[in-house]
Design a protein around this ligand. Sequence first.
Ligand code: NAP
Length: 286
Amino acid sequence: MNKKSILITGASSGLGYAAARKLATNGFHVLAAVRRRHGVFDKIENIEEIKLDITDEQSVKESFSYIKSRNKVYPLWGVVNNAGICIPGPLELLRPSELRRQLDTNVTGHLLVTQFALPFIRSTKGRIINVASGLGNIAVPYLGAYSIAQFAKRAFTDVLRRELRHSGVSVSVVQPGKIYTPIWDKFSTMGQEILDQSVDKKWKLYEKSFKNFLMLNQAEGYSFKLTEDDFAQVILDVLTTNKPATHYYIGDEEKDFVEKSRTLTVSEVDEWFDLQSPTAEEFEKV
Ligand SMILES: NC(=O)c1ccc[n+]([C@@H]2O[C@H](COP(=O)([O-])OP(=O)(O)OC[C@H]3O[C@@H](n4cnc5c(N)ncnc54)[C@H](OP(=O)(O)O)[C@@H]3O)[C@@H](O)[C@H]2O)c1
């Protein structure tokens, strides 16, 4: 029998990289999608690196022409919509172009890939996995762009699952808790760059609390208990179980976070973030 093929976006590092390796050693043919070829999968059996920028329609088209040409040998059976970026910063100062970039990557890009993949996945009655975050349950200050994208991705997943209800295709969300991957350093660096370039007077208002936020996140990164392999194992489970669930939350902290989004009132959640925003005195000074 031909091996089932799984396309994973954002496979160059972090969670996507770990999942690609895990699936390849467990009987799947993996199409590991990367924006720039760097050969990390060159000598690994059952993984093919393919070039794919999910925000570029031409790139998506070309990847799927390739997938089509190989589909008889490796029928596409699964897609893991994993690629993502995280743009930090207070909403008052977020450039619209940055919000567009965030949404283009974490939402529109996944829609595009899913649209191209669906004719294949429908015919194989395969599986779609969307990788999401708890910030689609509770929106976090200074991660406004990312939170907006995660709420949108949740809606995208729910609608897709309901629309495909009778198609034989399953749609699952995998929501990892905090796992130390390059995304954490990337967003710290981006945050620092934003701070360094901020000459605007309004920045004075946010500077202290935003710096504090970046520092706390960086320090926290080293203490995370979950690993990339925990994520990869869940992806494997979703692709090998007989009947996948709609939602997978990885780690107790993540389960607790999602639970809080259901049980706390909006005011209680607001209070939770009290210390993260500028003080009344700081607002007075502007
Ligand atoms: N790590 C966590 O704690 C955590 C928690 C919850 C959810 N998540 C989600 O997990 C997913 C993977 O994140 P990660 O932690 O593994 O971070 P990561 O190591 O930074 O990986 C992100 C991947 O996305 C790729 N990517 C970015 N823009 C792209 C584009 N336009 N087209 C194609 N690929 C693109 C990156 O490619 P380049 O190398 O080319 O930039 C990289 O391979 C993200 O969706 C993130 O939101 C992560």
